[in-house]
Design a protein around this ligand. Structure first.
Ligand SMILES: NC(=O)c1ccc[n+]([C@@H]2O[C@H](COP(=O)([O-])OP(=O)(O)OC[C@H]3O[C@@H](n4cnc5c(N)ncnc54)[C@H](O)[C@@H]3O)[C@@H](O)[C@H]2O)c1
Length: 340
């Protein structure tokens, strides 16, 4: 049994589906913010290996009850406010969930783990899912982020994640809590909320709406297909060394402009427009304030220590993603109705 937080969100739900498919049992604690979606978990309806609990990670009484009742061997912590643009408009929620929420979980995990004995205590893990955005921004010729790159967060989102990473580190150093932290690059794939670049562009393109590209479109991210991220988390959970950070990335640096053009080309094949090409819809818009220019991940530590490598290429992952959104129009429509 593992306790997953944020398991109704994009990456968390992909992780939960894969964990149960692999024979695991999951208690899934999620507040169901705008980003949480129970439809993501439809394939697990009625499955006794999955227990969904709607609640807030800041609710220490609830977390304590869940730990006492289910005695998980690990906590895998995804729950967060995750959208940079929202963090610029309203940072308070990011401090509350990402910092205070992570602190609350750590406190309850420390108490629970402190009372364990023997093999149960030795085997327990707290895996904190973080981001490469904590490292700040790279210039075009800078080496990729490694686990020893200094933290230089630039947005309220990345600052809140950096703060949570520091608390996780401190709970290992001070109390010996067996923590693991993963810092992953930008994910894409099925069930990502359509406010993020890739699903937003797919959904807008299908409706013939403008495809917004920030600034000059030359910001670079290192893209990873979501199931590869989930596989890396499973490896780190199983064999990672407590107290360590593991960077996770797809060695797929691409500009935003390249991403949008790739989606347009895929849609021209899979879902042609009656007239013109999808790229005709590309519109450059005012840049995000403080927009980091480039992220890139050096994933040699997880590759060397744990033998992890992504299974998908950028091209195969993007084709699967576009296909998924085309095949799941009802999922997209429902989110649109809820947001309206
Ligand atoms: N999406 C990416 O590209 C990416 C990359 C690297 C790391 N991460 C990290 O991975 C994690 C998951 O990201 P995502 O893209 O799936 O996010 P998401 O926004 O899709 O999902 C977040 C989930 O957390 C839940 N949640 C929010 N606040 C909560 C609270 N107080 N208590 C309980 N549940 C709460 C939401 O309801 C939602 O289901 C985050 O910690 C994020 O920082 C994301």
């Amino acid at each position: 049994m593992i306790l997953v937080t944020g398991g109704a969100g994009f990456i968390g739900s992909n992780f939960v589906l894969a964990a149960v498919a692999a024979g695991g049992r999951v208690v899934n604690l999620d507040k169901l913010t705008y980003a949480g979606n129970l439809r993501n978990l439809d394939p697990l309806a009625g499955d006794p290996r999955h227990l969904f609990v709607q609640g807030d990670i800041c609710d220490r009484g609830l977390v304590r009850e869940l730990l006492a009742a289910h005695r998980p061997r690990a906590i895998v912590h995804f729950a967060a406010e995750s959208h940079v643009d929202r963090s610029i408009r309203g940072p308070a929620e990011f401090v509350q969930t990402n910092v205070v929420g992570t602190f609350s979980l750590l406190e309850e995990a420390r108490i629970f783990w402190g009372a364990l004995e023997g093999r149960g205590k030795a085997a327990f893990r707290f895996l904190h899912v973080s981001t490469d955005e904590v490292y700040g921004s790279l210039g075009p010729a800078d080496p990729a982020f490694s686990e020893t790159t200094a933290y230089q967060p630039n947005s309220p989102y990345s600052a809140s994640k950096a703060a949570s990473d520091h608390f996780v580190r401190a709970y290992h150093h001070t109390y010996g809590l067996p923590v693991l932290t993963t810092n992953c690059s930008n994910n894409y794939g099925p069930m990502q909320y359509p406010e993020k670049l890739i699903p937003l562009v797919i959904c807008n393109a299908v409706k013939g709406k403008p495809l917004p590209v920030y600034g000059d479109g030359m910001n670079v991210r290192d893209w990873l297909y979501v199931s590869d991220h989930c596989g890396a988390i499973r490896e780190v959970l199983a064999r990672g060394r407590p107290g360590e950070l593991y960077n996770i990335g797809g060695a797929s640096e691409r500009t935003n402009f390249h991403i949008v053009n790739t989606i347009c080309a895929l849609l021209d094949e899979m879902h042609p427009r009656a007239k013109g090409r999808h790229a005709d819809l590309i519109t450059f818009v005012k840049d995000r304030p403080g927009h980091d220019r480039r992220y890139a991940i050096d994933a040699s530590k997880i590759a060397g220590e744990l033998g992890w490598r992504p299974a998908e290429t950028f091209e195969s992952g993007m084709a699967k993603t576009v296909r998924w959104y085309l095949d799941n129009e009802a999922w997209v429509e429902e989110i649109g109705r809820r947001a309206a």
